[in-house]
Ligand binder design. Structure first.
Ligand code: ATP
Ligand code: MG
Length: 371
């Protein structure tokens, strides 16, 4: 398989994982029969909650853990039994540790010195890395004299200095505050792209995965629930679990009425759904209709259409600055969330607590979940 990058270049696979399983102490199945391929130059994210096996999978790629079953190939070569230091791979750990007694320059040079590279080559490579992460001015500083974001960039420069074929990042930005994390995400992705290194990134932060990665694997209990581009896993989740994990979602439990090639209708407790695409299901089947809050509009007037709206009472209005989230309690007792963009300074809709409001949405706003 090959992946088409943003620039529409077809790239070859660099990493191939075949049926890898890791069982600890004969009992804990941390990774369960995972297969994946990562194209050269790609940033691939492993996304999942705490304890789902992300770090364990990454550590097997690096060689710090041995798979109980399965094989790992890098550029076509079976590396499953190679020790970490023989793999052209570098791993930046969950809690990256810079050497506190070494300055920035020496931190970056550390691995190159250990490999016995001649001094002039070390200097050249360190200067290049310093330029790349824009820290040339800080070369003589010790880690404690840098901000969190700057330390992060030193750690990245150190990981890239040996020009690994594959860079493994375990929660690289966990130590940074929200704002710094957002700018660093883009910076990091740009640097990785510029160097042309292939990267597997572990995160439990879906926004981080979506910002940085070309593809995301959503993990749960050691296995992959879905693998796809960020917009695929967000707009076309293949299960309730994925829909729920990535972003906010309202899920209506219902039964398929009409099952046609170009549409399905679903009856749920609070509304009739007309979904503008076919699914592989059958009438009478129990399904979930997933609807993201930002795809719902609100009005004070009852819609005329037979489908895709419901009535409720406004029970909560949460102001976030850029948007406002309205909670609407439906007749069945179910509460849905609708998100409105605050595109003017007076709050949109003019709704207040206790008001009756109608939520409505487009036939292409929903996803029918059969599992
Ligand atoms: N060396 C080990 N011995 C025994 N069990 C382990 C070991 N390492 C990890 N585990 C178990 O394997 C499972 C997966 O752990 P892992 O560290 O891969 O999770 P994670 O997805 O990285 O979680 P987090 O987001 O919290 O870092 C957990 O249940 C963990 O307790
Ligand atoms: Mg981890």
């Amino acid at each position: 398989m090959a992946v088409v990058s943003k620039a529409n270049i077809v790239r070859e696979d660099l990493l191939r994982v075949e049926g890898v399983t890791k069982i600890f102490d004969g009992a804990v199945k941390a990774v369960d029969n995972v297969s994946l391929t990562v194209a050269s130059g790609e940033i691939f994210a492993l996304l999942g909650g705490s304890g789902c096996g992300k770090s364990t999978l990454l550590r097997m790629l690096a060689g710090f853990e041995t798979p109980t079953k399965g094989r790992i190939f890098l550029a076509g070569e079976d590396i499953t039994d190679l020790p970490p230091y023989k793999r052209p791979i570098n791993m930046m750990f969950q809690s990256y540790a810079l050497f506190p007694h070494l300055n920035v320059w020496d931190n970056i040079a550390f691995g190159l010195r250990r490999d016995g590279l001649p001094n002039d080559q070390i200097a050249e490579q360190v200067e290049k890395m310093l330029g790349l992460v824009q820290l040339a001015k800080y070369a003589k500083r010790k880690p404690h004299q840098l901000s969190g974001g700057q330390q992060q960039r030193v750690a990245l420069a150190r990981s890239l200095a040996k020009r690994p074929k594959l860079l493994l990042l375990d929660e690289p930005l966990a130590a940074l505050d929200k704002k710094l994390r957002e700018t660093t995400q883009l910076e990091l992705a740009n640097i990785i792209e510029e160097v042309g290194v292939t990267c597997v990134l572990v995160t439990h932060d879906q926004e981080e995965a979506m910002t940085m990665a070309s593809r995301i694997a959503v993990m749960s209990e050691g296995h992959f629930l879905q693998v796809g581009a960020p917009d695929e896993v967000y707009e076309m989740p293949n299960s309730r679990q994925v829909a729920d994990f990535i972003g906010n979602v309202n899920i209506f439990d219902g039964v398929i009425d009409e099952d046609k090639a170009d549409h399905v209708t679903v009856r749920s407790a609070d509304c009739l759904h007309y979904v503008g695409h076919g699914i592989s299901g059958h009438s009478g089947m129990n399904v979930g209709v997933a609807l993201r809050p930002e795809k719902i509009l609100l009005t004070k007037d009852q819609p005329a259409s037979a489908y895709n709206w419901c009535e409720g009472e406004v029970t909560e209005i949460v102001y976030f600055g850029a948007h406002t989230t309205y909670h609407l309690k439906l007749a069945s007792g179910k509460v849905i969330k609708a998100q409105a963009l605050n595109n003017t300074r007076d709050l949109s809709y003019g709704l207040t607590w206790g008001d009756t409001a109608y939520a409505y949405w487009n036939e292409r706003a929903m996803v029918v979940l059969t599992q």
